[in-house]
Structures are given as C-alpha cells and as structure tokens.
Design a protein around this ligand. Structure first.
Ligand SMILES: NC(=O)c1ccc[n+]([C@@H]2O[C@H](COP(=O)([O-])OP(=O)(O)OC[C@H]3O[C@@H](n4cnc5c(N)ncnc54)[C@H](O)[C@@H]3O)[C@@H](O)[C@H]2O)c1
Length: 249
C-alpha cells in the first residue's frame, strides 16, 4: 500500500475527479477528510468508502470561505491528529465571452478555484511544517497552460494555480513539503457532462485528443496517488498534464 495510514484532506471529493482520488487513496491505505459544499455528494462518497471498508469523515465546506476551511482543518486534526496530504481539487467553471462575464461570476470562479488553494494551504502548511513533511496537490487544468475561448475566468484561475504551485514548491521544498499540480485534459465528469453530451462538441474534444478516448477520473487519480506518495519526494513544482496528448501537438 502506497499511502498506508496517511491522512489526506480532499476538497471537491463529492463528485468526479475528487471522488476518484478519494477512492484510490482509500485503496492505498489512506484515511480521509472529504470536504465538499455538496452534502449529497460528500455523503455518497463516504458510502462508497465504507463499502471499501475505508475510514473517512465528511465535512460540508465551501472552500472559498476561510471560516469553512478552518473547520475543515480542525475536523482533520481533531479526528486524526495530523495532515499528510492536501488535495486542493474543488472547482467550478462559468461559460461566456470575456466581455460579457459578470464581475460576480469572475469573483466566484477566482474565489472557488484559486483563492481556495491559498486559504487551505495557508491553514494546513503550519501543521505540515510541524511534521517536517507534507504533500500538496493542486488541481489545475490544461486551460491554465493554453487559452480556451469562453472560459476566461476559469483559464485565469487555473493559470494562477500553476504559478502559485511553483511559488509554494520553491518556498517549501526545503522543508520537505512537496507542492505539485495536475493539469487534466477533458475528463468525463459532471463538469463536462453537458459538453460531452453534445455530439459536435464531443467530436471536437476527441479530435483534439491524440489518444483514442476522453479521460476518466481514474486517469487523474493514478497521478494523484503518485504525487501523494513518498515515490514523488523529489518532484517539486511540477504541472503534470494528463490530457491524452492534447498539449503535445
Ligand atoms: N472534468 C474536466 O475535464 C476537468 C479538466 C481540467 C480540470 N478539471 C478540474 O478538476 C477539478 C474537479 O472537477 P470535476 O471535473 O471532478 O468536476 P465535478 O463538478 O464533478 O466536481 C467538482 C466538485 O467540487 C465541488 N465544489 C465546487 N465548488 C465548491 C466549493 N466552493 N466548495 C467545496 N466544494 C466545491 C462540487 O460540489 C463537486 O463535488 C476541478 O478543479 C476542475 O476545474 C476538470
């Protein structure tokens, strides 16, 4: 088992990629705090974890609110006494031309996707410093590396996550805290469901993806297990694209 008895907090684990990471971590022996603003999603993930005889607790959390982040961290410390792994995965997208984007939508996307990484890391890093070890995995996107029309706030938030990841890696590598991010391509989750159910959009995604299928949440979970494990101790500030070759073209 690659994460035996490690304690991990995973945000946005009530669905999609976060849930797949949670189940993979459980199979590798970790114990979890599942943080999501959806109670239904969070409880469903807990049910799936129980089926695997894993140990996890759900805490309803809006990752853009520092008070909620504080509760999330306290829940973890009270229950498990430490935090070995933080996965900043929760995220949202809003569609539309940049010049028509509402200021409130811009703020929402930036707060949920990017500010949350700052808030959770700020809260958890002191504990990792005490432990002299830790792993932080941030969920970015290939949309943080290249432009995609109609999702300006999302692109900006994901680009911000990639640069923040590098800043944190440089700052905390000397303290044996690894900070890396993953840049998924198109992955089949609730976030992409509507787009993929449109045949023309799906075809467009498939054309852009050299590997002959779209991504599954488990494609990302495998990488998260590696980045959370001791195997990746010498990996710092990496933005790992898992995109079936989308960006390689
Ligand atoms: N699906 C893709 O193709 C894709 C591609 C690149 C990056 N990503 C990123 O992967 C991450 C997971 O997305 P997904 O595809 O699994 O989507 P998803 O919609 O299935 O899951 C997102 C989860 O985050 C939760 N969430 C949203 N806002 C929250 C908040 N404020 N506080 C707490 N929880 C919140 C949702 O309730 C949900 O459970 C996101 O950061 C997303 O940007 C996804």
């Amino acid at each position: 088992m690659r994460l035996k008895n490690k304690i991990a907090i995973i945000t946005g684990a009530g669905s999609g990629i976060g849930r797949a990471i949670a189940l993979s971590f459980i199979k590798e022996g970790a114990k979890l705090v599942i943080a999501d603003w959806s109670e239904k999603g969070g409880e469903e993930t807990i049910k799936l974890i129980k089926k695997l005889k894993g140990e996890a607790v759900f805490i309803k959390t809006d990752v853009s609110k520092s008070k909620d982040i504080e509760q999330m961290a306290n829940t973890c410390l009270k229950k498990f006494g430490r935090v070995d792994i933080l996965v900043n995965n929760a995220g949202i997208v809003r569609f539309g031309a940049l010049h028509e984007t509402l200021e409130s939508d811009w703020d929402l996307v930036l707060n949920v996707n990017l500010k949350s990484v700052f808030l959770a890391s700020k809260k958890i890093i002191p504990q990792m410093l005490k432990q002299s070890k830790g792993k932080i995995i941030n969920m970015a996107s290939i949309a943080g590396l290249v432009g995609f029309a109609q999702i300006g706030a999302y692109c900006a938030s994901k680009g911000g996550i990639i640069t923040l990841t590098k800043e944190m890696a440089v700052e905390y590598a000397p303290k044996k805290i690894n900070v890396n991010c993953i840049c998924p391509g198109v992955i089949k989750t609730a976030m992409t469901k509507d787009m993929i159910s449109d045949p023309a959009t799906k075809k467009g995604f498939e054309t852009q993806t050299p590997y002959p299928r779209l991504g599954e949440p488990e494609d990302i979970a495998h990488a998260a297990v590696y980045l959370a494990s001791d195997e990746s101790d010498f990996v710092n500030g990496e933005a790992l694209a898992i995109d079936g070759g989308w960006l390689a073209k």
